[in-house]
Design a protein around this ligand. Structure first.
Ligand SMILES: NC(=O)c1ccc[n+]([C@@H]2O[C@H](COP(=O)([O-])OP(=O)(O)OC[C@H]3O[C@@H](n4cnc5c(N)ncnc54)[C@H](OP(=O)(O)O)[C@@H]3O)[C@@H](O)[C@H]2O)c1
Length: 247
C-alpha cells in the first residue's frame, strides 16, 4: 500500500531544515510537490539542487523571524523543527546556556508561529511542532531541553484551541532518532546499539518523522494532538536488569 500526498501549490516552511530530521521533512514536502523554504543559521550541504529555498535566519531573533516571514506571499504549513540541546547537567552550567536552550526549543517556535499566523490563517493552514520524548518523560542531563519541549507540547495545545478552526496546530513527539549528529548525542552509539532500547528495534529516521508531518499538515480535523513517533517508547532499564542483560 502506498500513501501519497499532493502539496502542489502549497508553500511550506521548515525551520532548521538544512540537516537531520528537518532536512528529511523538507525533502518529503518537496517530493509531495510543495514549494519548500528552509531556514537555519548556515546553509546546508545540498538544498536539492536549488529545489529548496534557503533563508539565513536565527529563529531566536525576532528581527530574523520577521524578515523570514516577510519573504512569503503565501504560507500553508510551518514545521517548527529547529531545536536541540547539548548534554548539560543543570549544576555547574551557565544560566545563559539554559536560557538559550529554552529560547530555541520553546520561545522560537512561539515566535515563528505568531509571525506566520496571518498568512497561515489566510491559507487555512497548519503548524507542526517537532517535540521530543524528552518533554514527555524525565530527561536527566538535558533538563532545560526537556522542560522546554514539554512547554512546546503544551503551547501547541493552547494555540490549537486559540486558532481553531482556522489554523490547526499539532505536535510530533519524536523518540530516539538517527541523524548525522545523533551518534554524538547518544554516547557515540548508533542505531544498532540504541535500537535495543526501543520496542520497534531501531531508532526513528527523518523519513519516519516526515511521514507524520505530511499527514498532520494535510487538511483534516485533527488539531491539538500529539503523535508519538518513537517506535513504542523506550524499554525501561529495569527490564534489562531484571533479565540480567546490561541496559
Ligand atoms: N535527533 C534526535 O534524536 C531527536 C529526538 C527527539 C527530538 N528531536 C528534535 O528534532 C528536531 C531536529 O533535531 P535534529 O537532531 O535533526 O537536529 P540537528 O541535526 O542538530 O539540526 C538542527 C537544525 O536546526 C538548525 N538550527 C539550530 N539552531 C538554530 C537557530 N537558532 N535558528 C535557526 N536554525 C537553527 C540547524 O542549522 P544551524 O545550526 O546552521 O542553524 C539545523 O538545520 C529538534 O527540534 C530536536 O529537538 C531530535
Amino acid at each position: 500500500m502506498t500513501v501519497t500526498y499532493d502539496y502542489t501549490g502549497r508553500a511550506v516552511l521548515v525551520t532548521g531544515g538544512t540537516r537531520g530530521i528537518g532536512a528529511g521533512i523538507a525533502a518529503a514536502f518537496l517530493a509531495a510537490g510543495a514549494e519548500v523554504t528552509v531556514c537555519a543559521r548556515t546553509p546546508g550541504a545540498d538544498e536539492h539542487g536549488g529545489g529548496i529555498r534557503f533563508v539565513r535566519a536565527d529563529v531566536r531573533v525576532p528581527a530574523d523571524v520577521e524578515r523570514l516571514i516577510e519573504g512569503f506571499d503565501r504560507l500553508d504549513v510551518v514545521v517548527n523543527n529547529a531545536g536541540g540541546s547539548p548534554y548539560a547537567p543543570l549544576a555547574g552550567t551557565s544560566p545563559r546556556l539554559h536560557a538559550r536552550v529554552v529560547e530555541l526549543n520553546l520561545t522560537a517556535p512561539l515566535l515563528v508561529s505568531q509571525y506566520a499566523y496571518p498568512l497561515l490563517a489566510a491559507a487555512r493552514g497548519a503548524v507542526v511542532m517537532i517535540g521530543s520524548s524528552s518533554g514527555a518523560r524525565p530527561s536527566p542531563g538535558t533538563s532545560a531541553y526537556g522542560a522546554a519541549k514539554a512547554g512546546l507540547h503544551h503551547l501547541a495545545r493552547c494555540l490549537a484551541a486559540e486558532w481553531a478552526p482556522v489554523v490547526r496546530v499539532n505536535t510530533v513527539v519524536v523518540g530516539l532518532a538517527a541523524t548525522e549528529r545523533a551518534a554524538g548525542h547518544y554516547g557515540g552509539h548508533g542505531d544498532e546499539r540504541m535500537g535495543a532500547a526501543i520496542p520497534a528495534g531501531r531508532m526513528a529516521t527523518p523519513g519516519d518523522v516526515a511521514r507524520a508531518c505530511l499527514w498532520l499538515a494535510a487538511p483534516g480535523y485533527v488539531t491539538g494532538a500529539e503523535v508519538r513517533v518513537d517506535g513504542g517508547g523506550e524499554i525501561p532499564a529495569w527490564r534489562h536488569l531484571a533479565s540480567g542483560d546490561s541496559p
